[in-house]
Ligand binder design. Structure first.
Ligand SMILES: Cc1cc2nc3c(=O)[nH]c(=O)nc-3n(C[C@H](O)[C@H](O)[C@H](O)COP(=O)(O)OP(=O)(O)OC[C@H]3O[C@@H](n4cnc5c(N)ncnc54)[C@H](O)[C@@H]3O)c2cc1C
Length: 537
């Protein structure tokens, strides 16, 4: 059996950071297991390629949740990256860290070392921001972050003027002194190429003699001696094999697969495990519970002025965009489609923004099911605006469907389960309608084409949200961090309660969703985990 100091399961946003940091000194031997392939694929490097990888089973787990009662019984499609870089290799690249208060809340929930003052230096350590080093950003870390402006579609500026007219002022940096306002998103892109965690951390580290990266290697069980994790069983190329970890096993398989692997290894609610014939090693009722996700509802408007649809729909437009990208790595293919957006307070009395706003200068309503044709949008001019409550109070859960590692887990996302969440979706949609009614935007809107017919009362808006709302792909919390082993899976040092030499480091440990996108916080968690493991202050 091969032996290492550390085994990391999962080369995603957090796992890549850890693999690079733990091998930096040359003192530790590390095995990184990734179920998916390497990331040498054109569409994983071209920013707009996430339209292609959205349904590509070769690099995507393509999970489908159970039917969601609150969404009229619709299941929700959950893509998750299955490739070096994990979900950071297939995501929409928006770089938002969240609000300082989010992390102070994590700390106040019993997690010393996770407050804003603690994590800001970790964010700065990982960033290589286009604006350089400042009080708010790092300028020399591995993760390139672009702050595009001139390259964005001009209609984004109209959207920003409409926001100002609706009372939401301009904010050039959602990761700066304050998050509130409307602006353009900063993106994990450098030189026209996607900046996945693999590109940022793994590419520079992959030739280190003390790092072994195994792709196509899916962990099926964590191995124990007594209560101490001593290795991992994994499948690769049709063979089942094992590797030993002298120091620790770290699971970074993401918010769906990390709890799944713990459950398969006997860590979870004892009764549930026994029902699947799995002998419980430790009764950990919180594994798979407290699942949270951001839910998003969007409106689509047909316009009297050109949008990105006009540029990308005709063949000559696609040809131009393709040439522009291949020759200069510029143009719409070098960007995310979430070009503008913001954060706002949806009702009086709130002390910080509670809703995130997205603006895309394009629409693809006519897309056939099972496709996301970002480069083949609708044949008329249109744009898409959507809202996503930042801190939903609904909770879902996930559990094993069977003890077979090939079976996908049952995912119950629990969207819109609380009055709070339904209220915030309604408030968000009303704000979008207010934006559309501003003199600035209404001057170029032809008609609202989703929802249709255009309801105005709360019941129709909520019915629309249930029928059309989607995930923002931010599941977290399924192995929540905290001191109480009945309600949390890992302690503030990311150690699994009740066991030795086993940690979890990925988005599954978040005590609560941060107010924003989750890639940056997942990479920060990788940085933090490396400090905890190496005993750095
Ligand atoms: C389509 C999409 C769009 C998104 N857009 C954005 C965005 O614009 N901005 C943003 O901030 N966030 C976005 N996100 C979310 C963000 O990318 C994720 O929250 C983040 O990448 C999660 O990091 P992680 O380390 O927890 O897990 P992941 O990055 O998902 O990594 C888990 C890794 O573990 C591997 N793995 C799983 N099981 C096993 C196993 N048994 N054995 C071996 N390997 C295993 C997986 O294949 C994967 O590579 C998006 C996500 C998706 C899917």
């Amino acid at each position: 059996m091969d032996s290492y100091d550390y085994i990391i399961v999962g080369a995603g946003s957090a796992g890549c950071v850890l693999a690079a940091r733990l091998t930096e000194s040359g003192r530790h031997r590390v095995l990184l297991l990734e179920a998916g392939p390497n990331d040498r694929r054109f569409w994983l490097q071209v920013p707009i390629g996430y339209g292609r990888t959205f349904y590509d089973r070769r690099v995507n787990w393509m999970y489908m949740t159970e039917p969601v009662a609150t969404l009229d019984g619709r299941p929700s499609y959950w893509p998750r990256g299955k490739v070096l870089g994990g979900s950071s290799a297939i995501n929409a690249m928006v770089y938002v860290r969240g609000q300082a208060q989010d992390y102070d809340d994590w700390r106040a929930a019993g997690n010393p070392g996770w407050g804003w003052d603690d994590v800001l230096p970790l964010y700065k350590r990982l960033e290589n921001h286009a604006w350089g080093e400042s009080a708010w950003h790092g300028g020399s870390g591995p993760v390139g972050i672009a702050a595009p402006s001139a390259e964005l579609h001009p209609i984004c500026q109209v959207f920003l003027r409409a926001c100002a007219e609706a009372g939401l002022p301009r904010n050039a940096d959602f990761n700066g002194a304050q998050q509130e306002g409307a602006g353009t998103y900063h993106l994990t892109i450098r030189d026209g190429l996607r900046m996945s965690a693999a590109r940022a951390y793994l590419w520079p580290a992959r030739r280190r003699a003390n790092l072994r990266i195994e792709t196509g290697a899916e962990a099926t069980r964590i191995l124990f001696e007594g209560r101490r994790a001593v290795g991992v069983e994994y499948r690769q190329g049709g063979r089942t094999t094992t590797a030993r970890a002298a120091a620790e096993v770290i699971v970074s398989a993401g918010a769906v697969n990390t709890p799944k692997l713990l459950l398969l290894s006997g860590i979870g609610p004892a009764e549930e495990l026994q029902a699947h014939g799995i002998a419980p090693l430790v009764d950990s009722p919180a594994v798979g519970r407290e699942l949270q996700d951001h839910f998003d509802v969007g409106l689509i408007y047909r316009t009297t002025v050109p949008t990105l649809n006009n540029q990308l729909y005709p063949w000559w437009g696609k040809a131009w965009a393709g040439m522009n990208y291949l020759l200069a790595r510029r143009g719409p293919l070098a960007l995310s489609l979430n070009q503008a957006g913001g954060f706002f307070r949806s009702r009086p009395g709130l002390d910080r923004p509670n809703i995130q706003l997205y603006f895309s200068p394009l629409s693809y309503l006519k897309a056939p099911p099972g496709t996301r044709p970002l480069m083949n949008p609708d044949p008329y001019a249109a744009f898409n605006m959507s809202v996503s409550p930042c801190r939903p109070t609904s909770r879902g859960f996930l559990r094993l469907r069977s003890a077979d590692p090939d079976a996908s887990p049952e995912i119950h996302p629990g969207y819109l389960a609380t009055d709070h969440d339904r209220q915030e979706v309604l408030e968000g949609l009303r704000f979008l309608r207010r934006l559309a009614a501003t003199a600035t935007l209404s001057a170029l809107i032809d008609e609202e084409i989703q929802p249709r017919p255009a309801g105005v009362d709360d019941d129709s808006l909520l019915a629309f949200a249930r029928a059309h709302g989607v995930t923002v792909f931010h599941p977290v919390g399924s192995c929540r961090m905290g001191t109480d082993s009945r309600t949390c899976v890992v302690d503030p040092s990311l150690r699994v309660h009740g066991l030795e030499a086993l940690r979890v480091a990925d988005a599954s440990i978040f005590p609560a969703l941060p107010s924003g996108n989750t890639n940056a916080p997942a990479m920060m968690t990788g940085e933090k985990a490396s400090d905890l493991i190496l005993g750095r202050a």
